[in-house]
Design a protein around this ligand. Structure first.
Ligand SMILES: C[S@@+](CC[C@H](N)C(=O)[O-])C[C@H]1O[C@@H](n2cnc3c(N)ncnc32)[C@H](O)[C@@H]1O
Length: 278
């Protein structure tokens, strides 16, 4: 268990350092939020047909980072709380909420402490994803947290990078799609050392180590069911809102990236919804 104490400190240092560069980048469009009170993040806009009406509900965005999706849900009328372990990310999220509105509550906590910090059965909607689950060692413990946060009848909404995509080797000169990394959850993390980040930036970083885990799609579904939720939607997409396979992808005008060639080979993301049994 010693590593469990360390993994999120290592990851937090990485996220704390990158948060200001992310907030300043075109990828997160802070100025668009400030200029246009109806502007929504590409991530939330993509899933609007599946999200439905969220006005008036109590929502929590787990691992909210710098708050662009959290604020978008608040703009759709939800009363939002965002939770993240990175204080520097939350500082950016609070500043965006202050400048662009509406008001969002932000809470600094580790994911597995969310119920003790936010309260059980406190939310109608748990929203998460787009690079969230890979930071967590146990998908079954995550699903328990989600179920405990939800009021009976409340809903989990997650769009996430597909676990098959997480297991593919990213930078191959031959551009073959090769399964090089674990698909199933492992006890030990994959340890990476990457100097950059996923947005365009000139910033240079010192804290480049991360600890990450993959979780298979069946493991995710089983964890959700075992935690007392009923699956109501599972859609796999051929697109993802960042460019994981550099040089092999094309971007559409919604900010979604797809394989340039034979895109039917690989699922890139999925949207899953589940409802907590009453
Ligand atoms: C890629 S962001 C995902 C957020 C959102 N989809 C986005 O793109 O803005 C990952 C976030 O997870 C947070 N995080 C990582 N490990 C965490 C943990 N154990 N508990 C809470 N937050 C965590 C990081 O601080 C970071 O802000």
């Amino acid at each position: 268990m010693a590593r469990v104490g360390r993994y999120y400190d290592v990851n937090r240092a990485n996220w704390d350092e990158r948060a200001p560069a992310h907030a300043a980048s075109p990828y997160y469009s802070f100025e668009r939020f400030v200029e246009d009170p109806s502007y929504l993040s590409d991530v939330v806009r993509f899933d609007l047909p599946r999200l439905g009406d969220v006005s008036g509900i109590r929502g929590v965005h787990l691992q909210c980072h710098i708050g662009t999706d959290t604020l978008s849900l608040a703009r759709l009328g939800a009363q939002m709380t965002g939770l993240d372990v990175s204080s520097a990310s939350l500082a950016q999220a609070r500043e965006l909420s202050r400048r662009a509105g509406p008001e969002v509550e932000y809470v600094e906590a580790e994911l597995y402490d969310a119920v003790s910090v936010l309260g059980a059965r406190a939310f109608d909607l748990v929203f998460t994803g787009i690079g969230a689950l890979c930071w967590l060692p146990s998908i079954s413990r995550w699903a328990q947290v989600v179920a405990n946060l939800l009021a009976p009848g409340g809903r989990l909404f997650i769009r996430e990078g597909h676990p098959v995509l997480w297991s593919v080797e990213y930078e191959r000169p031959d551009q073959l799609l090769v399964l090089a990394y674990p698909y199933f959850e492992q006890a030990e993390p994959q340890v990476w050392n990457e100097p950059g980040t996923y947005v365009e930036t000139d910033a240079e970083f010192e804290h480049n180590t991360t600890h990450e885990w993959n979780h298979g799609l069946g493991e995710i579904v089983t964890a959700v069911l075992d935690a007392g939720m009923e699956l109501t939607m599972l859609v796999e997409h051929d697109s993802v809102p960042w460019e994981p396979l550099a040089g092999q992808m094309v971007k559409d005008d919604q900010g979604e990236w797809r394989l340039a060639e034979r895109r039917d080979r690989l699922p890139l993301s999925y949207t899953l919804q589940a409802v907590k049994r009453a």
